[in-house]
Design a protein around this ligand. Structure first.
Ligand code: OOG
Ligand code: MG
Length: 263
């Protein structure tokens, strides 16, 4: 049951997208709309997606967020969320990210998958996700909440496309039966110093559980995960702040490494 009017949804989508595109921070929207509900929050996110697609941007994937205990604890929340990835979020491996286009970016080490069959909820399971996994891919996400000081509640962050800003994939691609996503280790380094470590199990016990949850959450809106979808399963460790000049490298067990530099 949505609470906000269509006009308010459109206004808030424009407000948050402007903050993203012009790189300025805003106060969290629940301060002004304390009664907004989950459906409103996703309606705003879908309206931002519609605006980008109307301008010719393709939606090239989906992501889950707040799927690890480290992330939930860092952000003070307890339920995962999902969001979309637009074509211009993608940065090549080894590439540069311009700090001027972002507000206060942080980096996250993630495991991504690409599906080869549609996944429908409710009731989607880890086994179904594994059977529908074409490839497991290493990914680094750059999140950049549009909210001041990265402070938000869940509805505000859902509306803000779960802080999505940039992402990088690289390394090696493996089939689902060639890697154990649960024990797969990751090591994040900034300027050669290890800043975070973890394993796939940090993400809801198994990264595939994150994809199953995505299918089940999408079902609430009458949607599913189409075959061929690229999905980032969520940060394994807490997100790490970066500044201009930082080189970020994440090494993945069996999957090679991904790197980016902030300028
Ligand atoms: C929300 C986005 C979280 C993840 O991987 O957990 C996310 C945030 O923490 O700003 O992308
Ligand atoms: Mg993430």
């Amino acid at each position: 049951m949505a609470v906000l009017s269509k006009t308010t949804i459109a206004h808030l989508a424009e407000h948050l997208e402007n903050a993203e595109l012009q790189a300025f921070d805003v106060t969290k929207i629940t301060d002004d709309y304390p009664d907004m509900d989950w459906e409103d929050a996703y309606d705003i996110q879908y309206e931002i997606r519609r605006r980008k697609e109307a301008r010719g941007h393709q939606t090239i994937g989906l992501k889950m967020g707040l799927t690890s205990y480290a992330k939930m604890k860092q952000m003070g929340v307890d339920v995962p969320v999902y969001a979309f990835l637009s074509d211009y979020f993608s940065v090549p491996d080894g590439g540069e990210i311009n700090m001027a286009a972002l507000i206060h970016p942080k980096v996250e080490a993630e495991i991504a998958i690409i599906t080869n069959q549609p996944l429908h909820g409710p009731g989607c399971t880890v086994a179904q996700v594994l059977a529908a996994t074409e490839a497991v891919v290493p990914a680094v996400e750059v999140i950049d909440s549009r909210y001041r000081d990265f402070k938000f509640d869940l509805k505000s962050v859902v509306a803000d496309n779960a802080s999505s800003a940039r992402f990088v994939t690289g390394g090696k691609l493996k089939r689902a039966d060639q890697v154990d996503m649960k024990t797969l280790g990751v090591v994040m380094e900034i300027n050669g110093r290890v800043v975070a470590t973890g394993a796939g199990a940090a993400v809801l016990g198994h990264p595939a559980a994150s994809v199953a949850m995505l299918a089940n959450m999408l079902a609430e809106r009458g949607e599913h995960i189409p075959a061929g979808t690229f999905i980032m399963t969520g940060g394994i460790t807490a997100a790490v702040e970066v500044k201009a000049g930082d080189s970020v490298r994440v090494r993945y067990q069996d999957l090679g490494e991904v790197s980016i530099r902030f300028v």
